[in-house]
Design a protein around this ligand. Structure first.
Ligand SMILES: [Zn+2]
Length: 610
């Protein structure tokens, strides 16, 4: 009952969000019904899929594309060859795919495909399946696509697979034929080379038949807890008798764009109350070495969810699961798969990051392949803030690590712009620094430009306006503009579309009688407003604020206990800027941006010491 009410509520939010923001916005819609029969001995499974696909676009579609991600785990695949030819391969992948035997590879092989009951032609190239439709799908119409398939779960190499390093039997992510997304930029049938996903919003109805000893955790609300037990029922309640040694698990997941699950015969399954009635589930191996950390993680997960609810917006589903599985940490719908044999700080840290993705990636579902920094960067930003608060790390700047990584890359000569497609980075390192660090600095530094209170409001409004959609970088920056009143397109352009850097300097400080003449210089190409902190010889302090003309805005004083003087704005084209301090005080020292939120690649020329 609770599920049905929430489903209706979510649907209402869906449509009102369309109406409020952008009348021309549309998104496709899927309704999946899948049945899976898993053989836990051979790691092979059979699946059937009935997919109702609604074309909300203004275009007539003559074909559709599917992702068959498991095909990446075959010798000679694009993922394999890329890993063997990139300069810094992921240590989890290396040449391991090339060494998989036929019984260890992954595959999804369709055995039947129909459109509205009639066979349709298709071709499969690597991880992508192209279907030539029998009849076009006109704007506003829908069609029913049926597929049956045989599949094999690969030995775990990356993200999904069998028998991971922690001994988890099945990490079932990217495991089913998944329709590619079609949006205002057309089809996004990206091959699975290394990373990043983009899916169609909709509903999933999934039944999984598996040996009775296996516990399943994952996306979706279990519809038959009393039948299967495994920690989903009240203690003491006996599940039904399995049929031929197997249980069939039935899950429903409304308003998601993916479905993931994991299963193991040796999982402990705990639940813990989260904020606003959300149930937190924890699935971990029954191993005394990790049990204490996994118990202590549970109240911390609730605190983390509370933090994100307050800072961004309320988590919209009824459950969230932290599942031991995968090969590090990876985010999915209503759950995460993480490796579990970690120290406590690392266990909380990875959970904080993956849980934060429920906001930045899952509910705010940007196209990660194109805008990887909007999910990894924003997630890094908010999870660093959360760790500082929940783990009481009390760092003055929890983002300093992100700045350090960015500075290293920006001065390396091999930086690529943030607009680079996630698969097209020259190295894994360049991708990682851009997506995680430069993306995180984007937000922290935006707080420097428009003020922290405006940054905080921007995140909340972004969530309110774009949840359950596919927001773009422009949607985000327009939100920041509306909240702050600043013009900010230059900020998105320079930071995300170029490798321009920031370098401002204190060029000269001259005493002219009672007055002090200060000359600042813009050396880098990227514009910035300036906060100049001055300490006088009597140890009193003053903040001088030089707005950037092209923003047509003025932020409020970030330190209310510090005297601030707002100077004339600085137009970008002028390389230098001069002003005079005429209060009769002698200057002892001064510094551009003492909070170090402006990512100035040369900090040495930011300081003047008499
Ligand atoms: Zn992440």
């Amino acid at each position: 009952m609770k599920y049905i009410l929430n489903g209706l509520f979510l649907t209402a939010v869906f449509f009102s969000a369309f109406a409020q923001n952008n009348n021309s916005y549309w998104q496709q819609e899927v309704d999946y019904k899948m049945n899976v029969q898993m053989d836990v001995k051979t790691f092979q499974y059979k699946g059937t899929q009935e997919l109702k696909y609604t074309n909300n676009s203004p275009d007539t579609l003559n074909k559709v594309f599917y992702h068959l991600y498991f095909n990446a785990f075959q010798p000679g695949s694009e993922m394999d060859v890329r890993s063997r030819t990139i300069s810094d391969p992921d240590s989890r992948v290396m040449d391991r795919i090339s060494k998989l035997s036929p019984s260890e590879i992954g595959y999804i092989k369709p055995t039947l495909f129909t459109q509205d009951g009639v066979d349709a032609k298709y071709v499969i190239k690597g991880t992508v399946m192209e279907v030539m439709l029998n009849k076009p799908i006109f704007p506003g119409e829908n069609t029913v696509l049926n597929m049956n398939w045989d599949a094999q779960v690969p030995l775990q190499i990356r993200r999904s697979g069998r028998n991971n390093a922690d001994g988890v039997a099945l990490t079932m992510t990217q495991w089913y034929p998944k329709l590619a997304e079609y949006d205002f930029e057309g089809w996004h049938a990206d091959p699975y080379i290394a990373r990043e996903f983009y899916g169609v919003w909709g509903n999933y109805d999934v039944t999984i038949t598996i040996d009775e000893s296996y516990t399943i955790g994952g996306t979706g609300y279990l519809q038959n807890p009393a039948a299967v037990g495994h920690g989903y029922t009240v203690p003491g309640q006996k599940p039904m008798h399995p049929v031929k040694g197997k249980y069939t698990w039935h899950f429903l997941a409304p308003d998601v764009h993916d479905f993931a699950w994991a299963a193991d015969a040796n999982y402990v399954h705990d639940t813990y109350p989260g904020p606003n009635g959300v149930t937190l589930h924890f699935f971990y191996k029954d191993d005394p070495e990790i049990a204490e950390n996994w118990k202590n993680l549970q109240p911390k997960t609730a605190e983390l969810m509370e933090f994100f609810n307050e800072q961004v917006g309320e988590y919209p589903y009824e459950q969230y699961s932290v599942i031991q599985g995968g090969d590090g940490g990876m985010e999915y719908a209503m759950c995460t798969m993480i490796t579990g044999d970690r120290n406590f700080g690392s266990l909380v840290g990875v959970t904080a990051h993956e849980l934060a993705h429920s906001w930045f990636q899952f509910v705010l579902a940007t196209n990660e392949s194109k805008h990887e920094w909007m999910d990894e960067g924003f997630t890094s930003y908010i999870s660093d803030e959360a760790m500082n608060s929940v783990m009481q790390e009390k760092k003055p700047n929890p983002h300093s690590g992100s700045y350090r990584s960015y500075f290293f890359m920006a001065t390396s000569g091999v930086e690529q712009p943030l607009t680079t497609h996630a698969d097209r980075y020259a190295s894994n390192r360049a991708y990682g620094v851009n997506a995680y660090s430069k993306g995180s600095v984007f937000l922290t530094q935006l707080g420097y430009v428009i003020g922290p209170e405006n940054l905080s409001k921007t995140l909340k409004r972004y969530y309110t306006d774009f949840k359950f959609k596919h927001p773009t970088p422009n949607d985000f920056i327009r939100t920041a503009e509306k909240v702050s009143g600043f013009e900010l397109d230059w900020y998105l352009t320079d930071w995300a579309q170029t490798t321009n850097t920031i370098d401002y300097a204190i060029k000269a400080v001259d005493n002219e009688g009672e007055n002090t003449k200060v000359t600042l210089e813009r050396i880098g190409l990227m514009p910035m407003p300036i906060d100049l902190y001055v300490t006088y010889e009597d140890d009193s302090q003053e903040l001088f604020y030089i707005p950037l003309r092209m923003t047509w805005g003025e932020k409020s004083n970030p330190f209310t206990d510090l005297k601030r003087t707002v100077l004339e704005d600085w137009a970008w084209a002028f390389p230098t800027y001069t002003f005079e301090i005429k209060n009769g005080k002698k200057v002892k020292n001064m510094m551009i941006d003492a909070t170090r939120r402006m990512a100035d690649i040369n900090q040495e020329n930011n300081i003047y010491e008499k």
